[in-house]
Design a protein around this ligand. Structure first.
Ligand code: UD1
Ligand code: CA
Length: 449
């Protein structure tokens, strides 16, 4: 049976103390919302509706980055979780199947858990995801009768006895979409918050004689983020999980606790990652590549057998073919380096194409920016760029060309040519010695006077 997602992301998140909508705060380099959307994507949803409110435009934009087909439902006023889900009614018009409600600020729910909820739907009309909380705090409490969930009581509205219940509501719900909206129609707002609680659908379902079940998961999965401290703790948990996954996948991490991953980092088997490496968003590393200590990578691709670092920076659009070598203090941006190319020391290569087996000498810089426009540098195969060459783009160097050290290359270099773009050296015999003598004499005179 098909499934659709309703992801609630309208809240302000006032406890974050931020101008930024809560669901856009990054975790593993990706907005919280993207984590929730990814978890849900494991179900292969037919439609995904994100309910926006605070910062609606920015939230919608981030949602589209994750899924271009996402549907956006705008909740003008935040009148509670049931009211929020009701906004998705139009988006799910004509859809037949289950709806799964997720929260944009709850990033760790796993695809497995969601699958278990869907399986449980064969026994129950409504399935709620619950967890045993170490400290139930302000979570809604699940009031069970045998294997039936009778109702959910919000902390604010709970009696002493109910507050003693440790089985808590994660907020994640799965039900037939049509049934879900019918149940929501029955929800009122006579409660401590004056809000329309999604949790009320449980008691309403029971009154209608519908079966309501609970699927349990680990508390760590339902961790919701409300404060910066919780966001920081979530980052720690996320990194721990990614490190464990990388090790399981056959990646060597020399000092796992010092390596930082993004949500979408992909690293192949037998790749080696040295200490203190940061993977920003959009990085793929193929098998048997080596990333040495203290590198920072984002939006780049490193092919099999390539080595990077130590102390290298790969920025978006850096594309390294097999066996490319990038050494210390080298920055690569929006540049394609073909097989076996080498940039070993102290260089900036931006907006460039570098042909196979080309060697770029220490201190070489592509001068790609004229203050207004960016220009491209095209370097052929087996080119030898002398140390400290300034390549003033746009410029093209043909195959097997060479540049002399210290050259400023402002014009194209034909294939096979040697380009020298520097002042000619002049030697003044004996002048160094005479100059030093004069300066020392001057110093002695000053001391006397
Ligand atoms: C909710 C549950 C509670 C559960 C807890 C788990 C209700 C009434 N309570 O409480 O039982 O233990 O989550 O974390 O559902 N949102 C909207 N529009 C609204 C209101 C909320 O989009 O009008 C979104 C929020 O942005 C948030 C989510 O829904 O992502 C949950 O809302 P929140 O106000 O945080 O609910 P809790 O009080 O935490
Ligand atoms: Ca919450």
């Amino acid at each position: 049976m098909s499934v659709s997602l309703v992801i609630l992301a309208a809240g302000l998140g006032s406890r974050m103390n931020s101008e930024r909508p809560k669901v856009l705060h990054p975790l593993g380099g990706a907005p919280l919302l993207a984590h929730a959307m990814r978890a849900g994507a494991a179900l292969g949803p037919e439609r995904v509706v994100v309910v926006t409110g605070h910062g609606a435009e920015a939230v919608a934009k981030a949602a589209r980055v994750e899924d271009p087909d996402v549907l956006i439902a705008h909740q003008v006023e935040q009148r509670g979780t049931a009211h929020a889900v009701a906004q998705a009614r139009q988006g799910l018009d004509g859809f037949e199947g289950d709806a799964v409600v997720l929260y944009g600020d709850t990033p760790f729910v796993t695809g497995d858990t969601l699958e278990r909820m869907r399986d449980a739907r064969s026994k129950h009309a409504v399935v709620v995801l619950g967890f045993e909380a170490a400290d139930p705090g302000r979570y809604g409490r699940l009031v069970m009768q045998g294997d039936q969930l009778e109702r959910i009581v919000e902390f604010k509205d709970a009696t002493e006895d109910e507050r003693a219940i440790r089985l808590c509501n994660s907020g994640v719900v799965c039900a037939d979409a049509m049934t879900l909206f019918q149940l929501i129609d029955g929800v009122g707002n006579e409660n401590a918050s004056g809000e329309y609680y999604l949790t009320d659908i449980v008691a309403i379902a029971r009154q209608k004689g519908l079966s309501v079940g609970v699927v349990r998961c680990d508390e760590a999965e339902t961790l919701g983020i409300n404060t910066r401290a919780e966001l920081a703790a979530a980052e720690t948990a996320f990194q721990a999980r990614k490190r464990a996954e990388a090790l399981d996948d056959g990646v060597t991490l020399i000092a796992p606790e010092t390596i930082y991953f993004a949500l979408d980092t992909v690293i192949g088997r037998d790749a080696v990652v040295g200490p203190n490496v940061v993977f920003g968003p959009g990085v793929t590393i193929e098998s048997e590549a080596t990333i040495r200590a203290y590198c920072h990578l984002e939006g780049c691709h490193v092919s099999r057998g390539a080595t990077v670092g130590p102390f290298a920076r790969l920025r978006p659009g850096a594309e390294l073919a097999e066996d490319v070598h990038i050494g210390n203090f080298v920055e690569i941006k929006n540049a394609i380096l073909d097989e076996g190319a080498k940039v070993n020391h102290l260089s900036y290569i931006g907006d460039a194409d570098v042909g196979e087996k080309t060697n770029i000498g220490a201190g070489t810089i592509t001068c790609n920016y004229d203050g207004v426009f960016k220009h491209r540098t095209t370097i052929g195969k087996r080119v030898f760029i002398g140390s400290d060459t300034m390549l003033v783009a746009p410029v093209t160097l043909g195959d097997d060309a060479m540049t002399g050290s210290g050259s400023v290359i402002t014009g194209d270099v034909p294939a096979g040519a040697l380009a020298l773009g520097r002042a000619k050296q002049e030697n003044k015999p004996g002048l160094a010695i005479r100059l030093m003598e004069r300066l020392r004499a001057l110093k002695a005179k000053k001391k006397e006077g």
